[in-house]
Design a binder for this molecule. Structure first.
Ligand SMILES: Cc1cc2nc3c(=O)[nH]c(=O)nc-3n(C[C@H](O)[C@H](O)[C@H](O)COP(=O)(O)OP(=O)(O)OC[C@H]3O[C@@H](n4cnc5c(N)ncnc54)[C@H](O)[C@@H]3O)c2cc1C
Length: 306
């Protein structure tokens, strides 16, 4: 029984590994050139996965990717799904790679495509015009290049404050502005509030943002402040674009937040189509959650074969 798995992050890799142990044949289709998922860019220690307390997200991803690469399965990288048709037990997936067009017959499908950082049209226009405007936290520039600078971070969650601390400890002056109240974990808020290089401002979104040479100008009423860097950390949106390639009757229901809805078996509203990891509506997105959901999705796919 062939299980087509879309995405090779923790959820997709775990699902493929579990499929093998259940006697199924996983075929993994990954959009990017890299195996490992969004944590490949995370230079912070992974706080939620037991076993390797000092390991960064990137190190963890590479460790999982090495294990995955040694598994006896097919993984196609740089592959873009172009059409999905059929019914449970008899799906057909068309996809493109740099080598050309391909088709895959599969009995079941697991969608494990994760998320991407959320931007706004204004911020997307600014990032196109300046390399000093960065959307999302996972950037080597943030890790290596921002020193002795004035930094404005927009966002009020864990990522915003995690990066405020990271940058404050590297000799930067950081202001963090959020639209409402901060939602980051309280220990982060307490540490940031106590740090002399960090200013936390709730209910304080700039009225406008613009560029002046290499600086970013943030305006609050009549006050204009120039920053060397602008980082936007507004959370993540699920990667569900791929569903536009699915035949209409094969498109699973989405939650109000746009995530794929599943039951506890990771079954979507469409027979034979499962979803796992951050692309689903999940109370606590994390690597351990994604690994577990990938495993459960494989088990659910196996039950179709019985
Ligand atoms: C900044 C940050 C810090 C985090 N810190 C931690 C932490 O410390 N500990 C922790 O446990 N979790 C952490 N998380 C959460 C964790 O990264 C996610 O929960 C986990 O990576 C989800 O795994 P996933 O496989 O669902 O998605 P992802 O890791 O996002 O992987 C999805 C994969 O699908 C691929 N893909 C996307 N679209 C398609 C498509 N159309 N076709 C095929 N493939 C596609 C992507 O290229 C990617 O490889 C953090 C997340 C972020 C953003």
């Amino acid at each position: 029984m062939i299980v087509a798995i879309l995405g090779a992050g923790p959820a997709g890799m775990s699902c493929a590994n579990a499929c093998l142990s259940f006697g199924l044949t996983p075929v993994v289709i990954e959009l990017s050139a890299d195996i490992g998922g969004i944590q490949l860019g995370n230079f912070h220690p992974n706080l939620w996965l037991l076993g390797e307390p000092e390991e960064t997200g990137r190190e963890m991803s590479l460790r999982m990717a090495r294990h995955f690469a040694a598994l006896p399965l097919t993984c196609v990288k740089q592959a873009r799904i172009t059409a999905v048709n059929g019914v449970a037990g008899d799906f057909n997936l068309d996809y493109q790679t740099p080598a050309g067009e391909h088709s895959l017959a599969a009995h079941a499908i697991v969608i494990a495509t994760g998320t991407h950082p959320r931007g706004t049209p204004e911020l997307l226009a600014l990032t196109a015009a300046s390399d000093r405007v960065i959307i999302g936290p996972l950037s080597e520039t943030i890790r290596d290049d921002i020193r002795q600078a004035r930094v404005l971070i927009l966002g009020g969650g864990d990522n915003a404050l995690d990066h405020a601390l990271f940058l404050a400890e590297r000799d930067n002056q950081v202001r963090v502005c959020t639209r409402r109240q901060f939602s980051a974990r309280q220990p982060f808020q307490d540490t940031c509030n106590a740090h002399p290089n960090i200013e936390l401002r709730a209910n304080c979104t700039p009225d406008s943002l613009s560029l002046d040479d290499r600086r970013i100008v943030a305006t609050w009423g009549s006050i204009k402040v120039r920053y060397d860097w602008l980082l936007a950390m507004f959370g993540y949106l699920p990667n569900t674009d791929v569903l536009t390639c699915f035949a209409p009757e094969l498109r699973p229901s989405l939650s109000p937040s746009g995530h794929i809805q599943t039951d506890i078996w990771q079954r979507t509203t469409v027979a034979g189509i499962h979803a796992a990891g951050d692309v689903t509506e999940t109370p606590q997105p994390s690597v351990p959650t994604a690994l577990a959901q990938g495993l459960v999705a494989a088990r659910a796919a196996e039950s179709l074969a019985l």
